[in-house]
Design a protein around this ligand. Structure first.
Ligand code: SAH
Length: 206
């Protein structure tokens, strides 16, 4: 199978598992070459439904996890989204086709370079990658319609709640060693939280 065929097969399988649902999200998965977001040596594994190492002890999340989170975020064309943990840039790339702009923060300078270069190769222009500690958010560019956190958080950073718009959605893995994927909707100054699946993300670092 060539890369396009492998990508189609991955998407078909995520649809049959009931994970990919919305037409727009499916289309974005079909149009985003995951092979550009994994280290060259791992290209032949790009469409295996597993996390892959991207250096510095970090991983690109498994496709099913990117799919679950992208669906839960209920992406709209007008949304400005904040992501914490750019990593490879793949999750941001998937979202870039579904929303207006993605702002993504990465703590590791090497991964800032990696994600920027991958996004460039994929011809994506509406994602901005920032170097820094994502738990502080990105006040200058907020508030955001949606916030997605792709590293495990012992607790939800206060700054992220503040930088989410009223009625906005946050998807965040909460816990230390393993996490529960939580979906929060902002009501007043609080998040109305619902539990989703159990998951394992690399931890948020400071
Ligand atoms: N979304 C990524 C996967 C990210 S893995 C993808 O699609 O490939 C989690 C990432 O969070 C790692 O790259 C890690 O370096 C980063 N990270 C950890 N703590 C962070 C922090 N405080 N601020 C920003 N990024 C952080």
């Amino acid at each position: 199978m060539n890369m396009v065929e492998k990508r189609k097969a991955m998407v078909e399988s995520l649809i049959s598992e009931g994970i990919l649902k919305k037409e727009r999200v499916i289309k974005s998965f079909l149009e985003t070459p995951r092979e550009l977001f994994v280290p060259e040596k791992q290209r032949n594994c790009a469409y295996v439904d597993e996390p892959l190492s991207i250096g510095g002890g970090q991983t690109i999340s498994a496709p099913h996890m990117v799919a679950i989170m992208s669906e839960l975020l209920e992406p709209r064309k007008t949304d400005r989204v904040l992501e914490i943990g750019s990593g490879s840039g793949y999750q941001a790339a998937i979202l870039s086709k579904l929303v207006k702009e993605v702002y993504t923060i990465e703590l590791d300078p090497e991964l800032v370079k990696f994600s920027r270069s991958n996004l460039k190769k994929a011809g994506i222009k509406n994602v901005k990658v920032f170097l820094g500690d994502g738990s502080k958010g990105l006040e200058r560019y907020g508030p955001f319609d949606k916030i997605i956190v792709t590293c495990g958080c012992p607790e939800i950073p206060e700054a992220l709640i503040e930088q989410l718009k009223e009625g906005g959605i946050m998807v965040i893995p909460v816990g230390s060693v393993t996490q529960i994927l939580m979906v929060g909707r902002k009501r007043g100054n609080n998040l109305d939280l619902k539990r989703n699946v159990e998951c394992v993300f690399v931890p948020l670092r400071h």
